[in-house]
Design a protein around this ligand. Sequence first.
Ligand SMILES: C=CC1=C(C)c2cc3[nH]c(cc4nc(cc5[nH]c(cc1n2)c(C)c5CCC(=O)O)C(CCC(=O)O)=C4C)c(C)c3C=C
Ligand SMILES: [Fe+2]
Ligand SMILES: [Fe+2]
Length: 363
Amino acid sequence: MNTPANKPGLLLVNLGTPDAPHSGPVRRYLREFLSDPRVVDIHPVGRWMLLNLIILPTRPAKSAEAYRKVWMPEGSPLLVYSRALEVAVREKLGHEYDVALAMRYGSPSIPDTVAAMRARGVSDFTVLPLYPQEATSSSASSLARVYEVLSSGWDVPNVRAVPAFHGHPSFLDAFAQVARPVIAEARADHVLFSYHGVPERHVRKTDTSGQHCFASAGCCDALTDANRHCYRAQCFATTRGIVERLGLAQGGFSVSFQSRLGRTPWVKPYTDLVLPELAKQGVKRLAVMCPSFVADCLETLEEVGMRAREQFVEAGGESLTLVPSLNAHPAWVDAVVRMVRESDGAATAGASPWRQGAPTPSR
Ligand SMILES: C=CC1=C(C)c2cc3[nH]c(cc4nc(cc5[nH]c(cc1n2)c(C)c5CCC(=O)O)C(CCC(=O)O)=C4C)c(C)c3C=C
Ligand SMILES: [Fe+2]
Ligand SMILES: [Fe+2]
C-alpha cells in the first residue's frame, strides 16, 4: 500500500456513465441518474411515472446505440478520461494527498470510494466536483451525496469543497491552449460554445434574490453578487474568459445550450436551433467547444461530434470541428493542482484574486 494513514484525501467527482453500452447497464444508470430529485425535481409520484412509463421503456436502447458509437476499447470515454486525470493528478499530488475518483451515478460509486479511502486512514477530505459551472443537477447533487456519505458514520471527517472554477484563470488558460491549434487547423470562421443545458426552473431556484434570473434579456451577461450562483451566467463568464484568451472578435462566436430533455423550457438558446441559424448566416467552418465538460463523453463525442456535425452540414455548413475536452491535458492537470492547493490554503494569501471583489471574474 503506497498510501500511509493520515494523508488528506482528494476526491475527484464526475457525473457517471453506464458500465457497458447495452440497454441493461444504460437502464440501470439512467434509473439512478433520473431518480435524483436534484435532476428531475418534480413530485416523487410524477418522477416515478415519468421514469417508468415514459423514459425507461424506450430511452435505454436509443442511448445504448449512441454509447456504442463512442465506446473505447478501455470503456466509456467519460470514465477513461476521468481515470487518466486521476492518475495524472496522483502523479503530481500523490505524496500529499490520497487521490481518488468517484462518480455521482454508477461506478466507481461515492460510497465505495469513500469507504476505501477511510479504510486507508483518510480523515480529512477535499472534494473537487469536476464541473466548471454550478448546477443543482451536477455539482450540488455530487456534493450533497458526498456530504451524506461522509456524515453517515459516528465520526464525521473534515470536508472542504473546491469551488466551481468557471472563471479560474488556469482552467480558462487550459481550454484556450487546447482550442487554439484546433481552431487554427480547422480554419474555423466561427466558434460555438455549446454548454450542457439545464431546466430554467433549476436556475430560478438558485436565484436567492428571486428577482434576477430571466428578469431581463441580459440578466446573465455579467456575473454579480445577485446572480453568482446562476449556471447560465457562469457559462457566459467562462465564454468571456476563453474568448478573451483566443482573441475572438465580437460576432465570431456564439453561445448555446445542448442536451435538453423533456418539454419544459431549458436555458436558451438551444444548440440544435442555433446550428442551422449559423449555417443560414453563412458560417462555413464551425468549431465547437463544450466547456461545461472537462472530459469528453457522450454529450461531446456523439451529440456534438456526430449529430451536430451532421445537422450543420445538412443545413449548408462545410465542416464542424469538435474541440477536444481537457481530459488529462498537462495544462488542466496543473490547473487542478493549483485549484486544490488554493482551496486548501497551501498557496500564498490572496491566491484566488479572480474571486475577490471582481464582479465578472473572467474579465
Ligand atoms: C455539465 C454538467 C451536467 C449537467 C448540469 C447535467 C444536467 C442534466 N443532464 C440531464 C440528462 C442527461 N444527461 C446525460 C448525460 C450526461 N450529462 C452530463 C453532465 C451534465 N448533465 C454528462 C457528462 C453526461 C455524459 C455521460 C456519459 O456517460 O458520457 C444523459 C444520459 C445520456 C442520454 O441518454 O442522453 C441524460 C439522460 C438532465 C435531465 C439534466 C438536468 C436536469
Ligand atoms: Fe446531463
Ligand atoms: Fe441568470
